[in-house]
Each structure stands twice: as structure tokens, then as C-alpha cells.
Design a protein around this ligand. Sequence first.
Ligand code: AVJ
Length: 326
Amino acid sequence: MKIQLAEDLPIDNHSKSDFCKDVLEGLKQNPKKLSSKYFYDKQGDKLFQKIMEMPEYYLTNCELDIFQNKSNIITESLQLQGQAFDIIELGSGDATKSKYLLKFLSENNFDFNYMPIDISGNILHELQRNLEIEMPDLTVIPLEGEYFEMLEKASGISARKKIVLFLGANIGNMNKQEAFQFCKDIRAKLNAGDVFLVGFDLKKNPQTILDAYNDPAGITAAFNLNLLARINRELDADFTIENFRHYQNYEPDSGACRSFLVSLKNQVVTVCDERILFDENEFIDMEVSQKYSVEEIGQMGEAAGFHVAENIYDSKKWFVDSIWYV
Ligand code: AVJ
């Protein structure tokens, strides 16, 4: 019998029409826009994996440094006081970083469950299998779906103190206003005593940041262009990939590192049976990777209704995992 992997399954019509609607809505805006949340299909996952292996892409190693070397300090800041709790991770992926915290907590006999939330059921199954081998005594409750729906589900399953993790500078893919709203929405789902631990990439030498997103090998360019290819694959569109060029910039004052795809000529592209016109040099706004100062992080956390209790840095002080109390 041939086993069909989830990633090979055709996307269902519901998600296809949602994807169509989103893409068309974005491409009809001025300026044109696509959502970076669609970067991560099978190809996109592979390209992001390659990005994380690039010497210029410092973010992953910085946060790994924090979890490998400072899980004891993180634990002290979580105010656990011998009570049972749940670690809920938003967008766990394969939990490369959080595993170090989970191991530290287990080795020190803390009483907790791990609830990874991800939209990819595939990744969650793999994570659960790996954790069963690596940490057989850990109770893992995978939650497949959207962050806020799954947070609610987690509250239905357990009433224990919540430690919510949002790592990897994923908050950077929202602009500052969206990030602030997101933090307020998280706050609204938490209770007194709960903790939100969120990873931010910090403002630093602008060239260092630009280099991380503008690599000479063109992997980041391929990562961006893959979304056009994905739209071709899944929405029967006819983007000519060679007719678009990746452009990256970083603004040291606002902290916005932004990627664009620029149309190299006047062209018409058919997407979901609609014709979209591109002028020469017209761009598509693809992604923001927002960088913060610690002052901005403090202000945002407090304004969202948290007490910003502690910032845990990597050894270079390029990245911070910020610990916020309710
Ligand atoms: C996964 C959102 C953290 O913005 O740094 C990497 C995605 N985009 N290179 C980031 C990304 C281009 C990444 N995050």
C-alpha cells in the first residue's frame, strides 16, 4: 500500500479559495502586497531551512545560544514556585530551541505538560515522535490550528499556570502596530500568574541586518520568489519568475527590514482567472522583519498590559527573549 504523506495531499477547495481570495486582494491593492505567512509550503520550508544554515542569518544561532546556555535563568524568571504548569508554544515547528528549556525543566523535576501549537499537523506528529524518544516522560499535547483558537482549546484542557512561548522573532513578521495588537490579544487570553515569553531580533549594525536578508547566494531571493511559484502551482497562475527581482532594504530608524519583488517589465499575470497588470518597476510588498530596541520592547509589553520582567540576551546581545508577567 502506498502511504500518502500529508504534504503530498492536494489542498482542499476551502483552503484553495481562501488562498485565492487573499492573493487577489493583496495584488489588487496599491502598492501590491502578498502575505509572508504563505511562504512556508514544502519548497518554502526547505528554503527557510537553507536560510537558517547561512552564515549571515544570525538569528537562529543567537536564540539557540540563549536556550542552550540560559535555560536555568529563564526558569528562575518564570516564577514557578513548585506549582504545576503548561508550556504552550505558538508555532513550535520542530522545537529546536525550546527543547533545551523542556529538558532543563524535566531534569529538575518540574511538573508540566508541553502543548505545541502549529498549523502543520505534519510537523506536530514528527515533533511528538521525536519527543517520545528524547524525553519519554514528558506529556506532549499537540494542538493543530490557529494560535488563538488553540490557546482557547488549551484553556479548556487545563487550568494550570500557562507559560506561552513565541520564539524565533516570528513577531517580526508583523508590523509594529499589528505586533502590539497581537500582544494585547495574547494578554486577553491569559490570567494572573501566567507568563508570555517572546523572542525579538534587536536593532544592531544596519549592515549586519541587511546582510542576513540580502545574501549573495540569493537564497532569500529564492525564498521570496517561491511564493510566486507556489501561486503558480496551487492557483493555476502564470507568473514568469524570471520577470521579477528581489529587493531588500533596512531602515535603521524604524527598524523595518523589508523585502519586495520588483517587476522587470510591463506584464500581465493571470491569477485565479483574473488578470493582474504589472507596470515596469512596480513592486510587490512581500515581508517585514521588524527589529526592536529593548526600550521599544518594554514600552510595547507594558502598553499591552504585561509587566516586562526580564530580558534574556545571547552573548552578542543581538537577540532577546523577553519575559512578560500577567
Ligand atoms: C521566520 C520570521 C523569523 O523574518 O527573520 C528569513 C523569516 N525571511 N529570511 C525572519 C525570514 C527572510 C524570518 N522569521
